[in-house]
Design a protein around this ligand. Structure first.
Ligand code: HEC
Length: 112
């Protein structure tokens, strides 16, 4: 996301989320117990670098999110543009009970 946004317009990351993340993590970010972890506040979302890496490289193996163990596979989303990745991370970081600062396109580009 760049610059200011008109009031009432959906965040640009919302459309990216709906297209690429919703099927697994659900529209309200609650996930599916034992299969897809929730996007409510947790250490992954809190850590910008971890979150960027997760988008670029995906994630597999056992992880614990809010006390529940997951051992599955999240596909890499490196086919998205730096802007789309920044937008969707920023959207997640301000949704589902999270209240964290946005991630910029430049930060994604630097990690890629
Ligand atoms: C095919 C299903 C699938 C899709 C699509 C998917 N994820 Fe995931 N995601 C997972 C799974 C499964 C894990 C846990 C991986 C593991 O067990 O190691 C995960 C883990 C995560 C985590 C870290 C743990 C947590 O719950 O906070 C975040 C953040 C996340 N995904 C965000 C996203 C975002 C944003 C998108 C869209 C760009 C996305 N995911 C798309 C399945 C998916």
């Amino acid at each position: 996301m760049t610059g200011t946004q008109a009031l009432g317009e959906p965040h640009p990351g919302k459309a990216v989320y709906q297209k690429y993340c919703l099927t697994c993590h659900q529209s309200d970010g609650s996930g599916v117990p034992g299969m897809f972890p929730p996007l409510s506040p947790n250490e992954w979302i809190a850590d910008k670098d971890k979150m960027i890496e997760l988008m670029l490289n995906g994630q597999s193996g056992e992880i614990t999110v809010n006390g529940e163990v997951y051992n599955s596979l999240m596909p890499a989303h490196d086919f998205l543009s730096d802007e789309q990745i920044a937008d969707v991370i920023s959207y997640v970081r301000m949704s589902f009970g999270n209240d964290l600062e946005a991630v910029s396109q430049e930060e994604v580009a630097a990690a890629r």
